[in-house]
Design a binder for this molecule. Structure first.
Ligand SMILES: [Zn+2]
Length: 87
């Protein structure tokens, strides 16, 4: 297993809805796809997000990841330290 930088995951998750929408420039998409190839966690998040969007049938204009979903996904990735830094 290679070193996994959660910083990359955080950046990726931040642009995930744009990526799913196809709103990102193609070079950025390629970067994300490269990361997804080596990161099971982010693949799970991508699939879960896509499924969530399918389930709730959000219109394209409203197609963003709801805060609570994002928070749950971050927790699953043990990224909640980034969301709620503990002293
Ligand atoms: Zn990742």
């Amino acid at each position: 297993m290679t070193d996994h930088l959660h910083d990359n995951c955080k950046a990726l998750l931040g642009s995930l809805s744009e990526y799913i929408d196809g709103e990102l420039p193609s070079d950025l998409c390629r970067e994300i796809e490269k990361h997804l190839e080596g990161c099971d966690n982010c693949r799970v998040v991508l699939n879960t997000t896509k499924r969530t969007i399918d389930l709730v049938h959000i219109t394209p204009e409203e197609q963003t990841v709801p805060d609570d979903v994002r928070e749950r996904l971050f927790k699953r990735l043990k990224l909640d330290d980034y969301l709620n830094p503990q002293p």
